[in-house]
Structures are given as C-alpha cells and as structure tokens.
Design a protein around this ligand. Structure first.
Ligand SMILES: Nc1nc2c(ncn2[C@@H]2O[C@H](COP(=O)(O)OP(=O)(O)OP(=O)(O)O)[C@@H](O)[C@H]2O)c(=O)[nH]1
Ligand SMILES: [Mg+2]
Length: 302
C-alpha cells in the first residue's frame, strides 16, 4: 500500500482514532489494574465508537479470557490487546480485487453516497487500465443523471442513459448490450436511493438482478450496498433488509471521515458476515480505498 493511500485512510479515520484513544487513555489513568469494572467501562467505550452492543460484548469476553489466562494486570497493555482482538474479527475480510468482466450494482438508501462512490470506483478501475462503463439506472430525477455524467466525464468513460423516468431495467439492458459490444471490463450500475420498506422499489432491484443474470451470465456479478457510516446502528438493519431483495456481495462504508464512530466497520462485518470491500474517507475522487483489515486497524490505533 503506497504512502498516499495510507495517509488518506489515516486522515479519514482521525476523528474515530482520537476519540477512541482519548477514552481509552482516560480509563488507563483511572484504573490501577484491570478488573471487572475496567472491562465494563471499556465495553462502554467500544459502544461509544459505534461498535454494536453484541460485538462489543464479544470483544470484551475474548479479552477477559486472554487477560486472565495470561495474568495481565496492567491497563497500559489494553491498547495492544484490543488492537489484536479487533484485527482477529476483521481478518477474514481479505483485500478485494475485481474480476473481469464484472457488473457491479450499487444499492442503498437515499443520500448514502452511491453516485459519488461510482465516480470514485470508475476512476480507480480506469487507473488500473480497465475499460469501465456506467449505467444510469437511477432514472428518478434528471439531476441524478447529470450528476453521474459529471463523474463519467472526469474519467472519460462512456455512460449509458435514457430519459428521466424511463424504466431502469431498460437502461440496464441497453448498458449490458453496449458493454458486451465494446468489451468493457467493468459495468457500474447506479440505482435510485430507496427505503427498504418500499416493496415495489425492492422488487425493481430483483428485476435488475434477473436482467443482468440473463443478459450477461458469463460476467461476474457484484451487488455492493453503500452505507453511510454516520448513521450508526441502523446500517445493519439496512444490510439485512436489502439482502432480502438482492444478494449483497459486499459492503461499502462511506463518510468515515465525517464521524468519530468508525467502530461501525467492526460490527457491521462481524454481524452481517458480508465482507467490507471499500471505505469512503472523503469527497475527493481518490477518497475511496479497498478495505484492508490491517491498514484499517493500524489507522485506528497508531
Ligand atoms: N465526507 C464524505 N462525503 C461523502 C462521501 N461519499 C459521499 N459523500 C457525500 O455524500 C453526499 C451524497 O452523495 P451521493 O453520491 O449523491 O449519494 P447517493 O447515495 O447517490 O444519493 P441518492 O442518489 O440521492 O440516493 C454528497 O454530498 C457526497 O459528496 C465520503 O466518503 N465522505
Ligand atoms: Mg445517487
């Protein structure tokens, strides 16, 4: 991982890191040794950083076992122990590399950063030398198509769009025909933000999936849900409910730069068992990183 990439993750996670460090340092100052109350307070610190209650309980449970078996009493040791524990939880989340050809459908609720993320992914894949295309399947608002076009132009790639209010399924059908004809490596599909309780919109996602499957069965298919890291525990509910309409293959957490609660990354992976593929750490085109457990944990603690 180059220096630039690492610096961006580090900067993006600054609020979460500072918050976590301050809270843990307070504990270390207050407690002379690690005891039950220390663990209770530490659990509260984890929950404050948006690690869910059940994941926090699991981390504390494992830490207690370790501390007892190794007879560790010094609170100063807790930083390193906690880091190790979180690394263990995220470790099976291996670094992602896109297969070609791929169709990547980007889904999620309103305003989480879907379109921006597509712009960033298009840039990243283009930089890797891949031929990228975009399908403007958010046909709800004219502004949505215009916004996507700006991103397509930035990476100088082709966007397939129809008029506002046209059928997203028709856009996807068109885009696949075109992507196959042009031998595209990656087709990114932008979709309209939707609430998981809107049945017809969720059915639409199923329909888009069927079309992709039917029209380009040889292509690798990914469905990434975009989650706004600042929304907290509701993110897990979103994953569960979207997963009923679309087989989610990966999670993208955005806006980690805007929150002190980046702990959501830890529990969302642990509790959904879905890999985190990318994290968004800013609004700039380069502020999207392939999720790397080690780089993430290092950025959180060091
Ligand atoms: N700070 C920060 N802002 C982000 C990030 N990703 C997206 N945003 C901002 O979030 C806002 C919404 O982004 P969009 O990409 O339009 O979100 P969307 O999910 O496509 O929204 P809808 O299409 O309306 O559902 C924009 O102002 C983006 O600049 C990020 O990683 N960090
Ligand atoms: Mg959008």
């Amino acid at each position: 991982m180059n220096q630039n990439v690492f610096t961006r993750i580090r900067n993006g996670l600054a609020k979460t890191r500072d918050n976590l460090k301050r809270n843990i340092d307070n504990l270390i100052q207050y407690y002379k040794e690690i005891d039950d109350e220390f663990f209770e307070d530490l659990e509260a610190v984890l929950i404050q950083s948006d690690i869910s209650a059940s994941t926090a309980a699991q981390i504390i449970h494992d830490l207690e076992i370790k501390v007892r078996s190794e007879k560790i009493g010094n609170p100063q040791k807790i930083h390193a122990l906690l880091k190790e524990q979180i690394m263990d939880l995220l470790n099976d989340n291996s670094s992602f590399e896109i297969k070609t050809p791929s169709v990547i459908m980007i889904i999620g609720v309103n305003g989480v950063g879907k379109t921006t993320t597509i712009g960033k992914l298009a840039h990243q894949y283009t930089q890797q030398g891949l031929k990228v295309m975009i399908a403007a399947a958010d046909t709800f608002r004219a502004a949505a198509i215009d916004q996507l076009r700006i991103w397509a132009d930035r990476s100088d790639i082709t966007m397939i769009a129809q008029d506002t209010n046209s059928d997203p399924a028709a856009v996807v059908y068109d885009a696949i025909t075109s992507a196959k004809a042009r031998k595209a490596d990656v087709l990114l599909v932008d979709t309209a933000g939707r609430l998981h309780n809107k049945k017809n919109l969720m059915n639409e996602l199923e329909k888009l999936n069927r079309i992709i499957q039917r029209e380009w069965p040889e292509a690798n298919k990914e469905t990434f849900i975009v989650l706004d890291a600042t929304t907290g525990q509701n993110a897990l509910t979103q994953v569960k409910q979207f997963n009923e309409a679309a087989d989610i293959t990966g999670i993208i957490l955005t806006k980690l730069d805007g929150t002190a609660k980046g702990g959501i990354v830890v529990s969302i992976h642990t509790e959904s068992s879905i890999p985190i593929r990318y994290i968004g750490v800013g609004e700039h085109i380069e502020d999207l990183q392939v999720f790397d457990a080690e780089a993430f944990v290092n950025s959180l603690f060091d």
